[in-house]
Write a protein that binds this ligand. Structure first.
Ligand SMILES: *[C@@H]1O[C@H](CO)[C@@H](O)[C@H](O)[C@H]1NC(C)=O
Ligand SMILES: *[C@@H]1O[C@H](CO)[C@@H](O)[C@H](O)[C@H]1NC(C)=O
Length: 491
């Protein structure tokens, strides 16, 4: 089953956090956290993890998220037969790993007439030790959509206090109905929610990307992109300015919509997305979020004091948006368009994407950041703290370095080149995310690759294929250098 997070993208939920080691003021930080009770959630799709066999299969996700400062996973559930089995595993693993979880009912699958069934789930899972409870022990419950749900009836059926934070849409639901309750989430914009909630807790969404490319090989055909580019960086600055009660990262593992920040290796089944997810790790986005989460929890408007080591995080799409893949793409024919989200050829909205390499520098002191994109060299004077840069990409190898006083401090060449041929024959808009220093290899495995070749028009070995060592870089000539200033983030 696939849940469209379309409506979340007006703004995106979420966030991770981090036990950033603070050299000083740690006591001050924890006291402020306690005072503000801010929490970071991450949206987790239960619908694609039917292949997990025990609570232990959730342990890596729980540990990894906790280490980054994520407080709880929002467990998105439909009505699949395996839902309860996987929920039990997730709750057990969370308890074993000191994490919290709560259910997010996905109303693509649930309907507002199911008050009794929803109440029954809340009652059962709410009693488990890993259930997130806030504000005097209220059971935290969320939703995807669900406008029109009779919240009073739900509260009555549960018979205990719940902190109900649904993804209702301002103007479409009665936000006053949940007496003493609290609403939350995305869609029309932060201010719309903040105004409508009138002091109730707001879950500000944070998401890095959106692209999807399902053709007629599946029943849930959809093919479109949202403007992504530097969204992940800019959105975290918004969060630090807004300082909402809650943040929810969208998502940990929705590979089909390309907004996963969790590892490719996180066990999951293949909804047909592996053909654009394979070889496309996003873990670097977790790294980028880490100091922002710490800053958010500390109530700091600046991330800079929370950066404790030098790191570059970079991302880019691997083909130019104008590359013509009509001859071999999977979406050149009609398909189910019940959702209104199916388009033929290049994903709808592609014009908004820029053919750039994006680089975020997290620095402990000022330095010079160098990008070599297909032998075109760019240098930036990067200040201490967090900065972002975007440069037009060129076909070929992509290299990144930080230097100080003329000496390279860190540097690496990406394992993924930018190419002028169609990957797997497709229009591919999911980005490659890397870091300097490089992180551990991360690859799809087993069931995550099972639908790879479905619908493909070119022969392709359905397996991870990043090279063992980086491609050769062409030295850039001095004359092709350019100097640019950091992107200004307006909040
Ligand atoms: C530590 O916190 C105190 C109180 O908020 C503040 O006055 C001080 O400047 C902080 N010190 C550092 C090194 O950030
Ligand atoms: C699918 O529906 C949307 C909304 O009605 C429409 O804009 C789009 O053109 C349709 N796609 C195709 C391939 O007809």
């Amino acid at each position: 089953m696939r849940a469209s997070l379309l409506h979340l993208f007006g703004l995106l939920l979420g966030a991770v956090a981090s036990v950033v080691s603070l050299p000083n003021n740690a006591t001050d930080l924890s006291s402020r956290q306690a005072a503000t009770n801010k929490l970071v959630f991450c949206h987790f799709m239960i619908g694609i993890v039917s292949n997990r066999n025990s609570a232990a299969d959730f342990d890596d996700d729980m540990k990894r998220a906790k280490a980054l400062g994520i407080d709880a996973f929002a467990l998105n559930i439909g009505t699949d037969p395996f839902t309860d089995t996987q929920l039990e595993f997730a709750y057990a693993s969370a308890a074993n790993n000191g994490m919290k979880v709560f259910i997010s009912f996905d109303f693509n699958w649930w309907n507002t007439g199911q008050t009794a069934e929803i109440a029954s789930k809340i009652t059962h899972y709410g009693a488990l030790p890993a259930q997130l409870r806030v504000d005097n022990n209220k059971i935290f419950v969320s939703s995807f959509a669900g406008d029109g749900l009779n919240v009073a009836a739900l509260r009555s059926a549960v018979g205990q206090d719940i902190y109900f934070a649904p993804n209702f849409h301002p103007g479409q639901s009665d936000f006053g109905a949940p007496a003493g309750g609290n609403l939350v989430t995305v869609h029309a914009g932060d201010q719309s929610y903040v105004n409508t909630l009138a002091g109730k807790g707001y879950i500000a969404p944070a998401s890095p990307w959106f692209s999807t490319h399902f053709g007629p090989e599946v029943s849930y055909s959809k093919n479109w992109v949202f403007p992504g580019d530097l969204l992940w960086y800019q959105r975290w600055h918004d969060i630090l300015t807004l300082q909402p009660r809650f943040v929810e990262i969208v998502t940990w593992n929705d590979y089909g919509e390309s907004h996963y920040i969790g590892p490719l290796s996180s066990p999951h089944t293949d909804d047909g997305s592996s053909k654009w997810v394979n070889d496309m790790p996003h873990k670097g986005w977790l790294d980028m979020a880490k100091p922002f989460i710490a800053a958010y929890k500390a109530g700091s408007p600046s991330v800079d004091p929370f950066i404790t080591s030098d790191q570059l995080i970079y991302w880019y799409r691997i083909t130019p948006k104008d590359l013509n893949c009509d001859a071999t793409d999977t979406t050149m024919v009609p398909a189910n368009n019940a959702s209104g989200n199916y388009f033929e050829g290049r994903p709808n909205g592609f014009e908004a994407m820029t053919d750039d390499v994006f680089v975020v520098s997290l620095l402990t002191s000022p330095g010079t950041v160098t990008v070599n994109s297909g032998a075109q060299k760019y240098t930036f004077d990067a200040p201490s703290g967090a900065s972002a840069f975007a440069v037009p990409f060129r076909i070929g190898a992509q290299s990144f370095a930080l230097s100080r006083g003329g000496n390279q401090v860190i540097g690496a060449t990406s394992l993924k080149v930018i190419q002028d041929t169609c990957p797997c024959g497709l229009y591919k808009f999911n980005p490659y995310v890397g870091t300097v220093p490089e992180s551990d290899r991360d690859a799809l495995q087993g069931a995550s690759l099972s639908s790879f070749t479905n619908g493909l028009k070119v022969a392709y070995n359905p397996a991870p294929s990043l090279p063992a060592s980086p491609p050769a870089t062409t030295a850039a000539t001095a004359t092709s250098s350019a100097t640019a200033a950091p992107i200004t983030v307006s909040v």
